[in-house]
Design a protein around this ligand. Structure first.
Ligand SMILES: [Mg+2]
Length: 297
């Protein structure tokens, strides 16, 4: 029997650590990174982010978690309220598609996402819904419920099915790991027969940019080819482009699998938003406990 709290907290912190480490190298090329940092292994400040500060990725993942905790039976409207609250706080960074959806939104997220998809000439397969979807797999035990809410939360901002499909693949892996399966077999079982099936054999051909397929391909590639949490998130951070998101997406699954105690202490200590991460980890754990007790009865 897994220690649920240990693994849920590991996922939330693993995700946030990847985000904060990769924040220093976001939008840089690997060559730029080598010139500036050598090989980046420590939390660093950049022009935009303080050392240990997480970005929009963690903020939106926390928004999804809080929306679920508000009403696990009907989370989507609450997730939307937390998106709005976050956007009103004037965050330093918002993804292009998500920013466009905020400007278009008039009370219906799904309509706004579709409108933005049309305005962007059918291009809405960014990684902005993948980067926030992990809390859905942490909150619920039932795979069908996870898949349904994972898909819907993606469609709130990203109309393209490629984004929702990536989220569902990611959370299917998380679900298996949370049920005690080892990470590599869980990934391989889920990606078999999908467009991601080849990521173990060779690195993805395209750069780890904000296209959701590239983000997930690179995250899974690092997870399948490297052994430790630090090696995975450092590889993602030093590859540049959408480094914070790739490192967060990979770090979340790695932390989920290993649990909180495998995360290096200096990374954990340097995070600036530990109170929010603890609060959401506690909340998701309590929700799991309460629903499992109901199921057991
Ligand atoms: Mg970011």
């Amino acid at each position: 029997m897994l220690n649920l709290y240990h693994h849920i907290k590991g996922a939330i912190y693993g995700f946030a650590i990847g985000d904060a480490l990769g924040a220093a190298t976001e939008f840089l090329t690997p060559e730029n990174i080598r010139g500036r940092y050598g090989y980046l292994t420590e939390m660093s400040s950049s022009g935009v982010w303080q050392k240990g500060e997480t970005t929009d990725d963690t903020a939106m993942a926390l928004a999804v978690a809080r929306g679920i905790l508000d009403d696990p039976q009907n989370p989507i409207p609450h997730i939307g309220e937390h998106f709005l609250e976050w956007h009103q706080s004037k965050p330093k960074s918002v993804g292009l598609t998500i920013e466009a959806v905020f400007h278009t939104y008039q009370g219906d997220w799904f309509a706004a996402a579709q409108q933005v998809h049309q305005n962007q000439n059918g291009q809405s397969a960014g990684n902005g819904s993948l980067m926030r979807c992990l809390p859905v797999a942490l909150a619920y035990d039932d795979l069908q419920t996870i898949e349904k809410i994972t898909w819907s939360q993606s469609k709130m901002t990203h109309y393209d099915d490629q984004a929702a499909e990536a989220c569902v693949i990611y959370n299917r892996i998380a679900h298996r790991v949370l049920h005690g399966e080892a990470l590599h077999p869980a990934i391989l079982a889920v990606i078999a027969g999908t467009r991601y099936a080849s990521v173990q054999q060779h690195p993805p051909e395209r750069s780890p940019d904000g296209y959701v397929v590239n983000t997930l391909s690179w995250a899974l590639h690092w997870l399948l080819t490297l052994d430790s949490f630090s090696a995975v998130i450092q590889a993602a951070a030093n590859a540049g482009y959408d480094a914070d998101t790739v490192a967060a997406v990979a770090g979340g699954l790695c932390g989920l699998h290993g649990g909180f105690t495998v995360l290096p202490e200096d990374y954990v200590d340097s995070l600036l938003n530990k109170r929010a991460l603890d609060e959401v980890s506690d909340g998701l754990w309590r929700l799991r406990l309460s629903t499992q007790m109901v199921t057991d009865v």
